[in-house]
Design a protein around this ligand. Structure first.
Ligand code: SF4
Ligand code: SF4
Length: 316
C-alpha cells in the first residue's frame, strides 16, 4: 500500500545546497544565532568527517535480520528519535552526485521541532532547526558506527547527503509527502526533521504506508494560502518520473532566506492538529482565521515577538 508510484523514477540530481543566490544565502547564514552556527560547525567539522566508519573486517554471523531491524529501531528510539522506520533504497532514488552508493537499506528517523519556536519564525526557529539537525546527525553517526562494528558498510546521511530524505521517509512508512513539499506524519504532524543512515546490511524494510494524508492535501489549501511566495502548487506534477506534490523552489527561496528559513507552510498545516502538538495548533488555528493570509500572519508575528516588520520587509 502506498500513495506514490515510483515505477518510473529516474535518478535525481541535487541542487546547490543553500539556494541559487549566493549573496542572499550568505546574508541568511550571517543572521543565524550563535547556537545555530555552533551546530553547523560541529556537524560539518566533527560529525560529517566521521559519517562512514571503518567496517569491522570480521563480519558478525546474523541469521535474523527481522529481529535485528526491530532492535535497531528500538535503539534509535532510545537515542531520542520520535519516529523511525526502515526503507528499501531503490538505486533510482540516489542522487546522481553520489555515484554507486551500494547501500540498499536506510534506517530513517524523525525528530520533532518545538512548535512554539517554529510558529514565530525568527532566529529562535533557526536555532531550533539546527539543534534538531545536530541531534539527528549525532544519532546517525552512532548508528553508523554500530552497524560498521557488525561488519557492514554504513553512512550517516545528513540533510545534505546522498539521498532525498522525504522519499526514503515515505518508503520507511514514516508518513506521506505533503503539498508543501515536506513529510507529514500521523504521529508528528508537520513540525519535524529527518535523518538517516544508509547501509548494505539487509535489514527487513517496513515499506510505505497509506495514512490517508494525500487525500487530505488534495482537499486542503492552508499551506498554499499562507505561503508568502506563492510557491506551493495546487496540483501534482511529474518530477524525475514520479507524479507528486512539488514546490516552486525559485519562488520559495527569497522568502526562505529573508524570513529566517520561513517554514510557515509547515506550521499552518492542519496535520499538526493530529500530531503531538495538537494543543498548540488549536491556538494557532484561531490566529489563522484572524490573519487570513501570509501578510496577515507576518503582521501578527511581528506584533507578538521582538521581530520588527523591517525584519520581514524586502522579501524578496
Ligand atoms: S497544509 Fe494542507 S495541503 Fe498543505 S501539506 Fe498540510 S494538509 Fe497538505
Ligand atoms: S518555506 Fe515559506 S516561502 Fe517556502 S514554500 Fe514554505 S511557506 Fe512558502
Amino acid at each position: 500500500m502506498g500513495t506514490m508510484d515510483l515505477t518510473n523514477a529516474t535518478r535525481p540530481t541535487r541542487n546547490r545546497v543553500g539556494g541559487s543566490d549566493r549573496d542572499r544565502a550568505a546574508k541568511f547564514s550571517k543572521r543565524m544565532p550563535p547556537s545555530a552556527r555552533r551546530s553547523v560547525f560541529i556537524r560539518q567539522n566533527i560529525l560529517w568527517p566521521d559519517r562512514e566508519p571503518t567496517v569491522n573486517p570480521n563480519r558478525a554471523e546474523i541469521d535474523d535480520f527481522e529481529t535485528l531491524a526491530q532492535e535497531f529501531k528500538q535503539l534509535v528510539g532510545e537515542m531520542g528519535a520520535d519516529d523511525v522506520g526502515i526503507a528499501e533504497v531503490p538505486p533510482e532514488l540516489v542522487f546522481t552526485q553520489a555515484g554507486d552508493l551500494g547501500h540498499r537499506r536506510a534506517i530513517v528517523f524523525a525528530m520533532s521541532m518545538e512548535y512554539d519556536y517554529m510558529i514565530d519564525i525568527g532566529p529562535n526557529s533557526q536555532a531550533e532547526v539546527h539543534r534538531v539537525y545536530h541531534h539527528l546527525d549525532e544519532l546517525g553517526v552512532r548508528i553508523a558506527h554500530r552497524i560498521a562494528s557488525f561488519g557492514y558498510s554504513a553512512r550517516m546521511q545528513p540533510n545534505e547527503g546522498d539521498v532525498p530524505m522525504p522519499a526514503l521517509a515515505y518508503l520507511a512508512g514514516i508518513g506521506e509527502l505533503g503539498k508543501h513539499g515536506s513529510m507529514i506524519s500521523p504521529k508528528l504532524g508537520s513540525s519535524f526533521r529527518l535523518g538517516c543512515v544508509t547501509t548494505d546490511m539487509p535489514l527487513k524494510a517496513d515499506g510505505p504506508g497509506d495514512f490517508g494524508l494525500d487525500e487530505v492535501c488534495a482537499n486542503c489549501q492552508m499551506c498554499t494560502r499562507f505561503c508568502p511566495g506563492d510557491a506551493i502548487k495546487p496540483d501534482k506534477k511529474a518530477v524525475n518520473g514520479v507524479l507528486r506534490w512539488h514546490v516552486d523552489t525559485p519562488a520559495c527561496e527569497p522568502f526562505f532566506h529573508k524570513l529566517f528559513g520561513c517554514k510557515l507552510c509547515l506550521m499552518v498545516c492542519p496535520i499538526n492538529a493530529r500530531g503531538q502538538f495538537r494543543g498548540r495548533y488549536k491556538e494557532l488555528s484561531r490566529d489563522l482565521v484572524k490573519a487570513k493570509d501570509a501578510a496577515g500572519l507576518l503582521d501578527m508575528i511581528a506584533g507578538r515577538t521582538d521581530l520588527r516588520q523591517e525584519d520581514f520587509s524586502g522579501a524578496p
